[in-house]
Write a protein that binds this ligand. Sequence first.
Ligand code: COA
Length: 369
Amino acid sequence: MRTVSITGHGVFTPSEIITNDELVVAFNAFADAQNEKHAEEIAAGTVEAIAHSSADFITSASGINQRYVVDKEGVLDPTRMFPNLEPRPDDAPGQMAEMGIDAARTALKMAGTDAADVDLVICAASNHERAYPAVAIEIQQLLGAGGFAFDMNVACSSATFGLQAAADMIKSGSVSKALVICPEICSAHLEWRDRDCHFIFGDVATALLLEADATSGFRIDSTRCATEFSNNIRNNNGFLRRTRDQMEDRRDMQFMQNGRKVFKEVLPMVSAHIKAHMADEGVQASDLKRLWLHQANKTMNDFIGKKVLGRTPEPFEQPNILQDYANTSSAGSIIAFSKHSSDMAPGDRGLICSFGAGYSVGSVVLTKH
Ligand code: COA
């Protein structure tokens, strides 16, 4: 059986940043305007006033300080509260493809691999900008890659599920070089008008290059994916919307979550998943030099790190990037890997884990060549 290695990685980071303070100013202006508009109903008790958000709450509840976005102005406009992106003609590169190829080119350059030698492109993300043709096929064409390409969506776990799919295909010999690309424009499906979650997400794109029988980068020793249905993270937007006469501005057509339940249910699921994966592969906690975890919430990561290692991890053992990027859905653990793996020595082992809606969880055990 062939071995599979991650030989290159890349991150595309949008140029615009929204700090917690800026976000809260915009939200509070929106809340004040809404409360003024509905002053009579609020006084009569038929409409609930919108409470102010707080930057201190955001930092202490999530660990997030700022987020990168593809459009700051639209999000911070209290009369709009979502990104304002130029429509693009069908013959121009799509928004996701454009971000994805930037990250992919960095990954290819790192590996010294020609795009023409890539024979699989997976675009693994929690949303795709159109129904078809697949964003992955557009990326394949823009890069000049060969073989075939497809989109997949397992929400926040898309990267690790994509890694497993690509690694299994490389092992079995159906492809030899694969790109797993995660362009996440979370700002477009976040409800910026909802105080409970308006701080959660940011935008980014990541890319990983996987190759057969390589001797550089990180060898993929083992992958494991699991799912369990839950409605606690849900977005009802979809192609049946028109048929149901639901084209109005509806809360459930953006990201929704029951944050407390997610916390309670996902943490034990993820900790048990990683520990079982490690036990089956004969990996001891002391063998792991690094955990690159999904980047949703600092408290969640601290909990998982402690459960997996059996002690409080040192910051370099379980690096977080969520303070700068916020939750970038499937891309989070890959940003952490990309930014915090260059110091690892030959033989060092680490584990990537992503988790989220579905519920879904995926883990990948790596060894540095
Ligand atoms: N500013 C100020 N106060 C806020 C606020 C904001 N932006 N948002 C909520 N609050 C208030 C709430 O109204 C509540 O007040 P109350 O106690 O008077 O009712 C209080 O703060 C606590 O709210 P709660 O929603 O229980 O906060 P939390 O500690 O659970 O943190 C999350 C919220 C979202 C950070 C947290 O639940 C979380 O990270 N969950 C993990 C899930 C996740 O991130 N999933 C993403 C997909 S993987």
